[in-house]
Design a protein around this ligand. Structure first.
Ligand code: ADP
Length: 167
């Protein structure tokens, strides 16, 4: 069985992420949405556990999707699966360089670990977690950007978080 791993910060999960996860779940038998610690984004809005919990709730209707967390290297994490493949969303050309580099590094650490890309759906090309955090800090309507199950807690967290936007 091929296991698709969709890694990211998911701080918080957006409709753009969810679109990629849903499409991966139609292609692969099993999908693991992996919440990773990102040292480049040092001041997250949500804890790793909170992010995984939100992912579990918004993917509850997708039977072959699960959430997990990882504070190490993706290439090492992937070794626990017999046939893993990393699945990522590509928004615009700006994502390309970094994703290309990461795919090659992962493959060097864990030979045989392939990365596949799904192009972002047109309406989510400009959507990122940082845009969501920015809008939430101003109490904006988030219904076009995050799954409805988590809108209230993203807005509530933004009120207590003081509108920090890192990455
Ligand atoms: P962000 O850049 O929003 O903080 P992450 O670091 O959590 O997102 O990204 C995880 C993965 O999801 C990356 O492969 C990224 O390209 C992809 N992704 C993020 N937002 C979108 C989107 N709107 N459409 C498609 N893929 C996306």
């Amino acid at each position: 069985m091929i296991t698709a791993i969709c890694p990211g910060s998911f701080d918080p999960i957006t409709l753009g992420h969810l679109n990629i996860v849903r499409r991966a779940s139609r292609i692969f038998e099993r999908v693991v949405v992996l919440v990773m610690v990102n040292a480049a984004k040092p001041s997250p809005m949500f804890s790793i556990a909170e992010r995984a919990d939100m992912i579990r709730r918004v993917t509850a209707g997708m039977g072959n999707v699960e959430a997990d967390t990882c504070n190490g290297l993706l290439a090492e994490y992937a070794k626990r699966f017999e046939h893993p493949v990393v699945v990522k969303g590509l928004r615009a050309s700006t994502d390309f360089e970094a994703e290309f580099q990461m795919a090659q590094i992962n493959n060097a650490i864990n030979p045989g670990l392939e990365t596949m890309f799904l192009t972002s759906s047109e309406k989510y090309t400009f959507l990122s977690s940082s845009v969501v955090r920015e809008l939430a800090a101003y109490g904006s309507d988030l219904s076009d950007f995050v799954p409805r199950e988590i809108i209230d807690e993203v807005l509530a967290k933004a009120r207590t978080h003081g509108g920090k936007t890192n990455g």
